[in-house]
Each structure stands twice: as C-alpha cells, then as structure tokens.
Design a protein around this ligand. Structure first.
Ligand SMILES: [Zn+2]
Length: 129
C-alpha cells in the first residue's frame, strides 16, 4: 500500500486545482514537495516538481477519471477547428525579454517575460483557451 505519482507540476496553484478535481471525485490526492517548490521555483527541477500522488488502490480509478477530463481540456483552434495545438510563450504585448531579464537581475526576482498562448500547428494562429 504505497503512493503512486500521477502528475508533476511546477507551481502549487495548478497542483491544488488538480488535487481538488480528484478529491471532488472521491479520490484522495496528496501533494509532495509543494513547500520547497513554492519557496523557490528554481528548485522545481532539482526535486522533480510538485508531485501529485494517490494511493496504489486508487490508481486505476484515477486514470479512468483523468481520461474523461483530459478529453474536455484539449484546446481547439477557433480559426480552423484543429485540435493539433501546442503551448507557447508570447511577448508581443509583454515586456521584451531583455528588460525582464535586467529587471530580475537587479531585483533578484524570478523573471516573468510573457504569457502562455496556444498556437495552432495547422494554421499558425495564436489564441487563448
Ligand atoms: Zn488553426
């Protein structure tokens, strides 16, 4: 009777949303290494990110549930209707990368340079989901 890693996250907000969605289905989910990654996001790669784990006996039920929600979460391009998309950074309206890098260097903070958008592989358009 051990724990099995179901998914890894690089921030605690996504991890808690995942945990809450599992617990709404009656599956107990536990987050490991959340504190260290929240304290310093650069440690995320060192510890393997925030790990969402469930008990061994709930693994099959968890994957059954994840199949249903992941089908709903696939982004569809509003321009051509294709579901062949990928997440990409955009910096069109955000700070240029060199300003963000300089700001983070001067203030010793984590650089935030752009926003995540979906990019369609079929038509090349960018959109938010
Ligand atoms: Zn498209």
């Amino acid at each position: 009777m051990g724990f099995v890693i179901i998914k890894r996250f690089d921030n605690s907000i996504d991890a808690h949303l995942f945990r809450i969605s599992l617990e709404a289905e009656g599956i107990d989910c536990y987050l490991f290494d959340e504190e260290i990654v929240s304290l310093n996001p650069l440690y995320s790669n060192a510890v393997g990110g925030i790990k969402a784990k469930v008990r061994q006996e709930n693994v099959e039920r968890t994957f059954e549930f994840l199949k249903t929600i992941e089908i709903e979460q696939i982004p569809v391009c509003p321009f051509c209707g294709s579901s062949d998309t990928y997440l990409d950074y955009t910096s069109k309206k955000a700070l240029p990368h060199w300003i963000a890098s300089l700001f983070s260097l001067l203030t010793v903070t984590y650089p935030i340079t752009g926003k995540m958008v979906n990019t369609c592989k079929a038509c090349g358009e960018r959109f938010r989901s």
